[in-house]
Design a protein around this ligand. Structure first.
Ligand code: F6P
Length: 322
C-alpha cells in the first residue's frame, strides 16, 4: 500500500518524530510512504514525492516539520477537496496520515466522508485543545519553552520591581496558559474558559498582593482569539495599578525548538500505531493519550467541543501566589 503523510496547520515540535515513525513502521510492514508537502495545500497542488526511510535520518530531534506546513482555506470548498482526492487517486495513495490540530482533522473527516479517502490522525498542535486526548504533540515542548523564558523574565522583574504581563499562545484555549502559569509560579492567569477571567478580579488580586508587600509579579495571559490581548490588558492596568509594568508577547518562540523527550516518544508511538492500524484496514480515527494510555478516537470526535483546562489548576495558581 502507498501511504501519504502530511503535516498541517501550525507546526509543532514532535511532528518530525511522527513522520519518521510513519515512514519506518510502513517500511517494516512492506508499505511505501509518500510525503505530501505543505499540508493540504500540497495535496491540492499534487506536491508529493516518495519519502524513503533514509530521508528520515536525524530528524527525530529537530523542531518544525521536514514536510513543511500551511493553512489552506481553499479546502473548505468541495471543488478543491475533489481535486485533492483525485490527486491521491492518480498517485495511487490509498490512505493518508494527517499530523495536525482540529482544523486539519476536520478536513480529514470531510475528505473521508465525501471521497472515501482512508484517513488517520495524529494530534500535533502546541494548543492541546483536541477532544478525546490529554496530549498533543508540541504542547510539552512549548510549555517548557514558555516556562524557561518566563524564568528569565522573572530575574529582571524582581531586579526592577516590575509587573510583567506575559502572553502565551493557545488560540481559543487556555490550556497552555494555565499550565505555564502554574509551572512558573505566576501571580495570576487570564484565560478564556475561566469564570474568573475578569479584569476587575485581576486588579483586586494585584492590589491585595501589593498590600502584602509583593513588589514584582508575573501574570500569564492567554492570547485568546485575539493575539495581542496582553497589550490591551496592560494599557488598562497602567492606569489602575502602581507597579511599573511591561508586556511581553512570547509568540512564535513557543512553536520552535527541539522536541521534548515526551513529544518524541508520543510522536514515535502515534506514528507507528497509525500505520499498524491502516495496515489492518482501519481508518477514520485519530490517536491520543488518555490517563497515560494510547487510545484511538473516531475522527468525528473532532467536532466535539474542545476540552477546557481543569479549573482547579487555575485556582491553584492564585492560592500558591501568596
Ligand atoms: O494553533 C497553533 C498556534 O500557534 C496558536 O497557538 C496560535 O494562535 C496560532 O497557531 C498562530 O498561527 P500563525 O502561525 O498562523 O500565526
Amino acid at each position: 500500500m502507498k501511504i501519504g503523510v502530511l503535516t498541517s496547520g501550525g507546526d509543532a515540535p514532535g511532528m518530525n518524530a511522527a513522520i519518521r515513525a510513519v515512514v519506518r513502521q510502513a517500511d517494516a510492514l512492506g508499505h511505501e510512504t509518500w510525503g505530501i508537502h505543505r499540508g493540504y495545500q500540497g495535496l491540492l497542488e499534487g506536491d508529493m514525492a516518495p519519502l524513503p526511510s533514509r530521508a528520515c535520518a536525524n530528524i527525530l530531534q529537530r523542531g518544525g516539520t521536514i514536510l513543511q506546513t500551511a493553512r489552506c482555506p481553499e479546502f473548505h470548498d468541495p471543488i478543491f477537496r475533489a481535486k485533492a482526492a483525485a490527486n491521491l487517486k492518480d498517485t495511487g495513495i490509498e490512505a493518508i496520515v494527517v499530523i495536525g490540530g482540529d482544523g486539519s482533522f476536520r478536513a480529514a473527516e470531510v475528505l473521508q466522508r465525501e471521497h472515501g479517502v482512508a484517513c488517520a490522525g495524529i494530534p500535533g498542535t502546541i494548543d492541546n485543545d483536541l477532544a478525546g486526548t490529554e496530549r498533543t504533540l508540541g504542547f510539552d515542548t512549548a510549555l517548557n519553552t514558555a516556562v524557561e523564558a518566563i524564568d528569565r523574565i522573572r530575574d529582571t522583574a524582581s531586579s526592577h520591581g516590575r509587573l510583567f504581563l506575559i502572553e502565551v499562545m493557545g488560540r481559543s484555549s487556555g490550556m497552555l496558559a494555565v499550565h505555564t502559569a502554574l509551572a512558573c509560579g505566576a501571580e495570576a492567569v487570564l484565560y478564556p474558559e475561566s469564570p474568573e477571567d475578569s479584569y476587575e478580579g485581576l486588579v483586586s488580586q494585584l492590589n491585595a498582593s501589593w498590600l502584602r508587600g509583593k513588589r514584582s509579579s508575573i501574570v500569564v495571559v492567554a492570547e485568546g482569539d485575539t493575539a495581542g490581548r496582553a497589550m490591551a490588558v496592560g494599557e488598562r492596568l497602567k492606569r489602575d495599578h502602581p507597579l511599573d509594568l511591561r508586556v511581553v508577547v512570547l509568540g512564535h518562540v513557543q512553536r520552535g525548538g527541539s522536541p521534548s523527550a515526551m513529544d518524541r516518544i508520543w510522536g514515535s508511538r502515534w506514528g507507528a500505531e497509525a500505520v499498524r492500524r491502516l495496515d489492518r484496514g482501519e481508518s477514520g480515527f485519530y490517536l491520543g493519550e488518555v490517563a497515560g494510555a494510547l487510545v484511538a478516537q473516531p475522527i468525528s470526535r473532532v467536532l466535539e467541543p474542545q476540552p477546557v483546562p481543569p479549573g482547579d489548576l487555575g485556582r491553584l495558581v492564585t492560592t500558591l501566589a501568596r
